[in-house]
Ligand binder design. Structure first.
Ligand code: SAM
Length: 328
């Protein structure tokens, strides 16, 4: 009988993640992105032990990130856009942020025992400028890849007045503005995040359609008469308490017929699947005392009770994200 789960792979799943982290730390992807090369020349440039670097390179080949031909290592052509640091879709920033979290996962038993996060505060949200910058870059690089699949699901009408709530680096807003310069978009996020975002995008033409607004979305006033609100990747930071007030504020800010689009990792009603979302719930618990990955069914029920209409829910293709859309 075929086994439902591969226990050995599951139990050693962190090996692959640590191999990616080591490759990142050693500069393997950046070096190979410039030109394919053999292990000997990589050893010299990266100052590594030959047999050990070769073992790591071979594992990365086995994982499908690199290819080896006639002794030369290259980025796998399908993965190149995401592994080349100079590519606009590079994921290396997101990987670096992910590595920042690896140490927290070692403390998962403490977190589960105590019911408390293992981080003292939210360092990526403003207390430590370097970490905030890495967080914003990580979000930007994650958003770059996700935009391929998300943007075709977003259809704000021309000349829409849009609010991107918890917009972070504003990557989706920038892409929306590049697609349709008639849009008028405000990206609202915490002041240190907005400052880092403005730095990352300095000089880009699409900024002409965008205003960055520093504030707290629970307490700051929203622009009014909006056609469209995007609330992407921030719902999982919010416990149930406070959500009714936040969504009511969004409903009030939208024109009748305006659209709210919530995009995030969401769970099925049993809260066990999709497994990536269930694990992400743990990931958030390690960092924040009050985070929660919400169920898409509960979210729709909540929005309907508050007065939103015409609810729709769909997975964002080829990503672990889900979209709940509702009309004011
Ligand atoms: C995971 S990020 C998503 C960013 C962006 N929407 C995206 O999908 O790329 C969540 C964002 O919500 C922001 N955020 C969290 N709490 C906030 C609050 N109370 N007010 C404003 N922004 C907040 C964080 O700073 C962060 O940039």
């Amino acid at each position: 009988m075929a086994q439902k789960v591969n226990l050995v792979s599951l139990a050693s799943g962190y090996w692959q993640s640590f191999a990616i982290g080591a490759a990142l730390d050693l500069g393997i992807f950046s070096e190979i992105a410039q030109h394919k090369q053999d292990s000997e020349s990589l050893c010299k440039t990266l100052k590594c032990a030959p047999a050990h670097l070769t073992a790591l390179l071979n594992s990365l080949c086995g994982m499908g990130l690199l290819v080896k031909q006639d002794g030369l290592y290259d980025l796998d052509p399908e993965q190149r856009p995401f592994l080349d640091p100079d590519s606009p879709e590079s994921m290396l920033g997101a990987f670096a942020f992910n590595q920042d979290l690896a140490g927290l996962w070692m403390k998962l038993p403490d977190c589960v025992r105590s019911g408390k996060p293992v981080l003292p505060d939210n360092p990526h949200l403003g207390n430590d400028p370097d970490r905030t910058r890495r967080f914003v870059e990580g979000m930007h690089s994650r958003a770059g890849l996700m935009a391929r699949n998300l943007l075709p699901c977003l259809h704000p009408p021309q000349h829409s007045k849009i609010l991107d709530v918890g917009g972070g680096p504003g990557t989706f807003s920038l892409k929306l503005a590049e697609r349709d310069p008639s849009l008028q978009i405000t990206v609202l996020d915490l002041p240190p995040v907005v400052a880092a975002a403005a730095e990352i995008h300095a000089g880009k033409a699409a900024l002409a359609s965008i205003t960055f607004l520093g504030g707290d979305y629970h307490h700051s006033d929203f622009p009014q008469e909006l056609d469209y609100i995007l609330y992407c990747g921030a719902l999982h930071q919010e416990p149930d308490q406070g959500l009714d007030a936040l969504f009511t504020k969004m409903l009030t800010a939208l024109k009748p017929g305006g659209q709210l689009v919530v995009v995030d990792l969401m769970l099925d009603e049993d809260r066990c699947t999709p497994v990536y979302s269930a694990l992400f719930d743990l990931n958030m618990m390690l960092m924040r005392p009050s985070s929660k990955v919400h169920s898409s069914t509960m979210l729709q029920t909540r929005l309907q009770k508050l007065g939103f209409k015409n609810l729709k829910c769909a997975d964002i293709p080829e990503t672990p994200y889900r979209r709940v859309q509702a009309e004011a």
